[in-house]
Structures are given as C-alpha cells and as structure tokens.
Design a protein around this ligand. Structure first.
Ligand SMILES: [Zn+2]
Length: 414
C-alpha cells in the first residue's frame, strides 16, 4: 500500500490505518495457531442495503425482491459504477441472480442531490452511474425468481476511478450483504369493487412510487415502495371523458374505497379541498400530500394508507374499528394529486410518510388486460385518449399475489 498517496485520496482513512499499524498480523510470538483474518482492502465505495427486503409472489407468476443499496464514494475523485452483480451469498460459485452493465446501473442509481455529470441518454431524470467525490447514491434493485428467493444476498460492484492513483482505478468490491426478511406478507381484500381498475405506478420499477425515497427525521424512508395508484377505464378505454379539469369526468371519481382488512383507524383527514386535475397543487405542505387519507392498523405491525379521497367522504376517525369490505371513503383528487385516483400502500408504521413500505398480496382478482407501459397510461390520463394495451394478455383469475404495474383487474366485492 502507499499510505502517503492514499492519504490524499481516501477521505480520512489513512490516519486510522497508520494508527493501527497498517501492517499484517504479528506472528513472531509463536503459540497456538489462530485463524488469521483476511487482509483488509481499501475500497473506493462503501455500501449497505437500506431496508431488508421480503420476497412476495407477483401477478406475473414470479417471486420478487425489491430493495435499495446505499453507495457512497469515499474518494476525492469521481467514480463510475460500471457493473453490478447480485449473488446468493450462501451458495459459493453460483451464477449471478442479476447483472447490470454500465447502462443498466445508469437507469437504477440515483445520486443524492443531483448527478454531477450529464446523465446518459435514456436514464431516468436525476439518475447517473457516476458519483462525485464524497457523494452518496441509491441503487434501486428488483430481482425476479421462478422459485424461492435466496436467504442472503451479496453484491459485487465494479468501480472505475480514472483520476485516482493507479491501484484504485479499476476495482471490484463485494459489499452490502443482507439477510432476506422471512417475515409474513399480509393477504388483503380488494380496495375497490368493479371492473377495469388499473394498477398504475405499481411494483416493481415504477419511478414515482418504488423509488420515492425521502429523507425524513434524519432517516431515508420509502413508505411508497409498493404503492399503487388505482385508476379506472371505461369500456371505451378512456380514463376520463369531457373536460380534463372536471374531477367528475374521471371514471374512478366517487367510487367507494374499501377496507382491505379488519383494523383500527389510527389517522384520518377529511378537510382538504378537491384539486383541479391536470396540475399538481403549488406549495402544498408535506403533511397535506396525501389529501384526505385514512391509515388503518391491520395488526402484526402492518398499516394500510389510503390517500386523495373526497373532502367530507372519509367515514372513520382514529380509534374506530373497521371491518374488511366496509366503505371508508370516496375516491377523490385531494392533496398532491394530478388526477382523481386512489393511492393505497402498506407500510410498517402508522405514519404514511415516516414508515417503510412492505409488500402485500391480494387474495382474489381477475386480470383482464394490461396497459402497454407508463407512457401509454400517462397519455390517457393526461389527454383522454384511450389506453394503449399490451397484446395477448390472457384473462386470469389469481389468488394471493401482488398486482403488478399497469395490470387491469376486476375486483369482486367482499
Ligand atoms: Zn400514489
């Protein structure tokens, strides 16, 4: 190692190494043999999984893991994450579960603040595979399995640092080991009853929910990790008819929002006005973001949040008991909403903001179609054109699975 060079390269690290001796194990005293720990390796990037994921069954027939890896560049020069592979940490030598090349990383790594370089074409807004000196970024990952999920994951990242000393320019690190959560996944009833409901911005790669990480109360939290924005289309494939600025023209407006499980209300609001569709309200306090909402404690540490309901329609107050299938309010357009819809997410705490989103499944639903992609959904919601659908989606009744992004479903009451 080159302590002098490293001291100008790695933030504050060499001082600690020098104090510790920076050398190998001292074996000059003889005696009983003890295991010798591996030599530490200076790594330009450090990382950890932010919240251990729980596997769940999706409506595509696969099992899924959705989680985030926090990465921080400890160099005084920029780094580029040129690749990421995820392995089953319990099976030495097994093939990677997923592999991302540099472009793949660019589509999933969101530097804190803003990217320091011009993002690569095609990457989502604010994403980049480059971390500036000292910069943190969050890598949003989604793994899919035909069978069961591994019990423990480890990540291998390839790092390029062109301006660093030669020994740091190309490195591979194994980081961010995590035990997969083997906790239960709640099985819930439908949040609505009827046909042609669209699971918009749903799991597992929806930028607007799955990646809505917020720094709150000193902690990064992602309450909306598995949120769904429920919309509805008519037989004509349209989300709204008539004036786009009239909430009543939207198919879902005024539909009954249903309790997905028995529970106790821990929070609700009923006083926020309906917004005009087509634009997000300006200067809305974060506490008002979910509009007229209701949070239901369904037991076992799970909470369900319903957002954006009509003013005056929310039927329950904190402390009230609610039975599965009961009407809790009417779908509206209050709070931070651009069009009438029912936002629903399940989380591990009573705060709809300062909680972690956790997966759930719906006990019974029928898939009748799928919107082609988020752009097709946005076009229909924004302009009133009929939804463009994915071809050849078979009608399928499913049980105990998470309804994934852009699926169109029928829910029976009950
Ligand atoms: Zn939402």
């Amino acid at each position: 190692m080159h302590p002098q060079r490293l001291s100008s390269t790695v933030l504050g690290l060499c001082a600690a190494l020098v104090l510790a001796g920076c050398g190998g194990a001292d074996d000059s005293r003889g005696g009983t043999e003890v295991p010798v720990p591996a030599e530490p390796v200076v790594t330009p990037v450090v990382g950890s999984v932010m919240f251990a994921p729980t596997p769940f069954a999706g409506s595509d027939g696969s099992n899924h893991l959705v989680y985030e890896v926090s990465l921080t560049n400890y160099l005084r020069t920029p780094v580029t994450i040129t690749g990421v592979e995820v392995f089953d940490a319990d099976t030495e030598g097994s093939p990677a579960l997923i592999g991302l090349d540099q472009a793949g990383v660019a589509g999933r790594l969101k530097p804190a603040g803003a990217p320091s370089v011009q993002p690569r074409p095609g990457a989502p807004d604010g994403y980049s595979e480059v971390l500036a000196p000292g910069q943190n970024g969050v890598l949003f990952l989604h793994l899919r399995f035909a069978g069961g999920a591994p019990k423990k994951l480890i990540h291998e990242i390839s790092v390029r640092a062109d301006e660093a000393p030669p020994e740091m320019r190309e490195t591979t690190e194994r980081i961010a080991a995590v035990d997969v959560n083997d906790g239960v996944v709640p099985v819930l009833g439908p949040p609505l009853a009827g046909e042609h409901y669209i699971a918009a911005d749903a799991c597992c790669d929806a930028v607007r929910h799955t990646r809505a990480l917020l720094p709150l109360d000193g902690t990064p939290v992602l309450a909306q990790r598995y949120a769904v924005d429920w919309e509805q289309a008519g037989p004509d494939g349209k989300i709204f008819v008539g004036d786009a600025r009239d909430p009543a023209g939207y198919r879902i407006f005024g539909d009954d929002a249903l309790a997905v499980a028995d529970g106790t209300v821990v929070a609700s609001r009923n006083d926020l006005p309906e917004q005009v569709p087509g634009e997000y309200p300006a200067n809305l306090p974060i506490a008002d973001a979910d509009g007229n909402n209701l949070v239901l404690d369904i037991g076992d540490g799970f909470y369900v949040n319903y957002a954006h309901m009509q003013p005056g329609s929310v039927r329950f107050k904190p402390g009230d008991r609610v039975r599965r299938g009961e009407v809790i309010g009417k779908v509206g357009n209050s709070g931070n909403s651009v069009a009438p819809h029912l936002h629903v997410h399940v989380m591990n705490g009573p705060s709809f903001l300062v909680s972690q989103g956790v997966p759930s499944v719906t006990d019974l639903f029928t898939i009748t179609g799928r919107v082609a992609d988020t752009a097709a959904f946005d076009a229909s919601e924004g302009t009133g054109v009929p939804l463009v659908l994915a071809p050849d989606v078979a009608v399928a009744t499913q049980e105990d699975r998470m309804i994934l992004d852009q699926n169109i479903v029928t829910f029976r009451a009950g």
